[in-house]
Write a protein that binds this ligand. Sequence first.
Ligand code: G3H
Ligand code: 13P
Ligand code: ZN
Length: 311
Amino acid sequence: MPLVNTTEMFKKAYDGGYAIGAFNVNNMEIVQGIVEACKANNSPVILQCSSSARKYAHPLYVVKMVEAAVEETGLPIALHLDHGPDFETCKSCIDSGFTSVMIDGSHHDFETNIEVTRKVVEYAHERGITVEGELGQLAGVEDEVSVSAEKAQYTDPDQVVEFAERTGVDSLAIAIGTSHGAFKFKPGQKPQLRFDILEEVSRKLPGFPIVLHGASSVMPEYVEMIRQFGGSMDDAIGIPEDMLRQAAALAVCKINVDSDLRIAFTAAIRKHLAENPTHFDPRQLLTPSRDAITAVVAHKIQTVLGSANRV
Ligand code: G3H
Ligand code: 13P
Ligand code: ZN
């Protein structure tokens, strides 16, 4: 099976009340770690790459690594651009083999967001590529751009129908209180999501796939491992898993996870180096990290997403 777009996987996820994991990739071990878990659980998956990660890994390497994963696993895999900043970047990804792109016009005013999203949709749909748009703004850091919690904005449900109709997007990312990074709530603050907004959006757009960004749960075992082996992630706090499960059972068809992978990858390296101070072979350092990625993704598939055995 070649790389797929997200149409079929989102339709099945919506109807089945589960979500597809969209995991950020930027090197070979992360790609391998993710697909190993998907293979073991017979799960479809979205491998997504931000424009800065694409620059880091080189555009050609990203496509070739993901194509290798498709060939090796035979799974339905979509290669998706995460937070596409403009038309040119989306076009470049589509032209180089991505099967899905996000155009993130959420920082623009409503009309400009529609205009740039519509332009990407026209180019993408002529080539069989699916497009994710965004309405509302999450707090946190993405692609080195930081949005403060005060500036973040919940999605306005009154805008979603017009946005979907005028742009033709295939899925919509909304802001309901999640945020990017490992520090999603202030210390002592009770994690809360605006499920009322999610429900209102899905009433207005029945059957339409919704996307949740900033959905890492900041798994305590890896935060503890980082602390135990000389690092510090004090006050890291993520989205509780029961809330993610609730979202996946509703209209959310795509759940984005990056920070949880980063934390596990780093924790495993710290542990390995602390326990094996004489090691200097990168393969010895990165094997535990790759295994940690597999463990995180398997956990997500089984206990958060519900995407096991959905191929
Ligand atoms: O939402 C953003 C992702 O976590 C990607 O982050 O731009 O640092 O690769 P990045
Ligand atoms: P996290 O930082 O919660 O992993 O979110 C990742 C994300 O939304 C990528 O687009
Ligand atoms: Zn995001």
